[in-house]
Design a protein. Sequence first.
Length: 135
Amino acid sequence: MSQTREPKGEQEILQSFQSQRNELRNLAAKIEELASEANEHGLVLKTLEPMEKNRKCFRLIGGVLVERTIADVAPAVKTNKEQLDLLVERLRGQFEGKQQELANFQEKHKIRMKGQPEENERENQESTASHGNSK
């Protein structure tokens, strides 16, 4: 957990929980953004692949459109895509860790989401579903 001390009051626990959920949402959004960007790089590579290597193309670098050849651009795009893929995988690992951390925090402090059944109710529902509804 990123905090060094345990929350004491109900309000602090709730704030900590909401903060962790927001952090998880932000991380998921970043993963989605980077995965989309990596996908776009893949589409560019797929488009450039069948073309002649000496054909000119344009690349946006730091807000400036630069004229290059496909032979110059394709390796850079491929490297960028590989780096994005690695970053996405690393962030997914962090996401899973934070998700588990949040689940542990939720279980430790007995936090239920609205509409989420309690553990006892869930067990009762599962047992009645497996035995059938007999009246």
